[in-house]
Design a binder for this molecule. Structure first.
Ligand code: GDP
Ligand code: IMO
Ligand code: MG
Length: 434
């Protein structure tokens, strides 16, 4: 029995949804520990695609209990749209989804400020998802955020909203020249949400600690990725939370020693949505080819993802920051068309070699990736399920990743479908041998 954290190790969209869904088969609980509806986690099962924004990716397994931890931020509108959509598909959510009473809510003024700030920033914008994430976490740390517990007392909520809106409307009106928002309207909407949400609200920390005491199998699902982490990512082009493994404990209210395994999800190449440095970004026309082969369009915003070669400076960095026990390497099938594959192993800057991922934004813009060129393979690997059946060059590519990062590969994913994977070492994933 184990508690396993599953974290993104690049700039998000590594295929965490696919891996969490796949590893949920023997799980009892899956908990999201940070982020909000900026996430888009895709699960494909029996040809049907489900994109989850807030609800954990274990929800398609009927016996799995899904938790939204105190570290996540929740947009009630998007949450209930998601619940309704799942229920329409025949997925029972009621009684299986529980939300921490300490989680912060994304308010209409957070969305308005996110959009207005991006518009005002012009070319210098971050390229956020526009879901109000930054402003919601800003209020959390400013200590004026609205938590789910605040909905319990109407007078308290109204007072809080009036105080917040005084500032937010001033900002929207005078600084961003945007539309002001009405207290009464928001109050009614969120009190209505409170009624609907009531059966879902729980002390998630108590629930999860009890489950771990009973030896239940638990997955902790990260959103975004290591390079979007507000501390360890390519600041300021990051999200406003900590997707890295350390936050999995804080974001769900469990002690760090309760986590037994950390699995890093890494695409066999690299992508990024939004602005910011990207050392191995490809030139055209190969960038567009990768986008086409990998279907690289955002699951939340539909934006085209920028594509590049695999960067193992980032791989080693993610292994260190997250304390990885193993890799889940995704989208290996996408590389099947190439004669040669490049992998970045270090950077060069003004004649110096850089081995460790730097923090200086100007350095990241200027570094030159140092590549090793490996032979590709042409065979379609989508239907391969055993390691020994993979083409030799494909296995060499995997060996190279393991050697360079000093982290074993637990599994590789060779297609979007749940079953499209090849196990390499179930022990490395923290799973018992089946
Ligand atoms: P997440 O945010 O990390 O969950 O990733 P996304 O769902 O945003 O993006 C991953 C995309 O790749 C989705 O469209 C998945 O269905 C798809 N995908 C996941 N694993 C694989 C894989 O191994 N091969 C292929 N071809 N597609 C995959
Ligand atoms: P999943 O969980 C990829 C990016 C945005 C932007 C930056 C800040 O699906 O991997 P935000 O709205 O969070 O303030 O945007 O972070 N971003 C993601 N990129 N996958 C995600 O989530 C992302 N969530 C945020 O594009 O660059
Ligand atoms: Mg995504």
């Amino acid at each position: 029995m184990a508690v396993t954290a599953i974290v993104g190790c690049q700039w998000g969209d590594e295929g965490k949804g696919k891996i969490v869904d796949l590893l949920s088969e023997p799980a009892d609980f899956v908990g999201r520990y940070q982020g909000g509806p900026n996430a888009g986690h895709t699960v494909v099962h029996q040809g049907e695609e489900t994109i989850l924004h807030q609800i954990p990716s274990g929800i398609l397994h009927p016996d799995v209990i899904c938790l939204l931890g105190n570290g996540s931020v929740i947009d009630p509108r998007i949450l209930f749209e998601e619940i309704d959509e799942l229920e329409r598909k025949g997925v029972k959510v009621a009684g299986r989804l529980f939300i921490s009473h300490k989680a912060h809510l994304i308010m209409p003024y957070h969305r308005a400020i996110d959009e207005a700030a991006e518009l005002a920033a012009g070319k210098g914008k971050i390229g956020t998802t526009g879901r109000g994430i930054g402003p919601a976490y800003t209020d959390k740390y400013q200590r004026c955020g609205v938590r789910i517990v605040d909905l319990l007392d109407r007078d308290h909520l109204e007072k809080k909203l009036r105080a917040n809106l005084k500032d937010k409307n001033k900002l929207l009106r005078d600084y961003y020249h945007s539309t002001e928002l009405d207290v009464k309207h928001i109050l009614d909407e969120y009190l209505d949400f409170d009624k609907k949400a009531d059966p879902y609200i729980k002390d998630v920390s108590v629930m999860l600690n009890d489950a771990i005491d009973l030896g239940k199998e638990v997955l902790l699902e990260g959103a975004q990725g290591t390079l979007l982490d507000v501390d360890h990512g390519t600041y300021p082009f990051v999200t406003s939370s900590n997707p890295t493994a350390g936050a999995a404990a804080t974001g769900l209210g469990i002690g760090p020693r309760r986590i037994n395994h950390v699995v890093g999800v890494m695409k066999a190449y690299t992508t990024r949505v939004g602005n910011g440095p990207f050392p191995t970004e490809l030139a055209e026309p190969l960038q567009s080819d990768f986008r086409k082969w990998g279907g690289e369009y955002g699951a939340t915003t539909g934006r085209a993802r920028r594509c590049g070669w695999l960067d193992l400076v980032i791989g080693r960095y993610a292994a260190r920051i997250n304390g990885l026990d193993s890799w889940a390497i995704t989208k290996l099938d996408v590389l099947s068309k190439l004669d040669e594959i490049k992998v970045c192993t270090s950077y060069r800057h003004k004649g110096k070699t850089i081995q460790h991922f730097p923090a200086e934004p100007w350095l990241l813009d200027e570094v030159e990736p140092v590549y090793e060129t490996l032979p590709g393979w042409q065979e379609d690997i989508t239907n391969i399920r055993r390691y020994r059946d993979l083409p030799n060059n494909c296995r060499s590519y995997l060996d190279f990743i393991q050697e360079q990062t000093n982290v074993p590969i637990g599994l590789i994913s060779v297609g979007a479908e749940r079953e499209a994977y090849v196990p390499l070492s179930v022990e490395a994933l923290g799973l018992e041998k089946q």
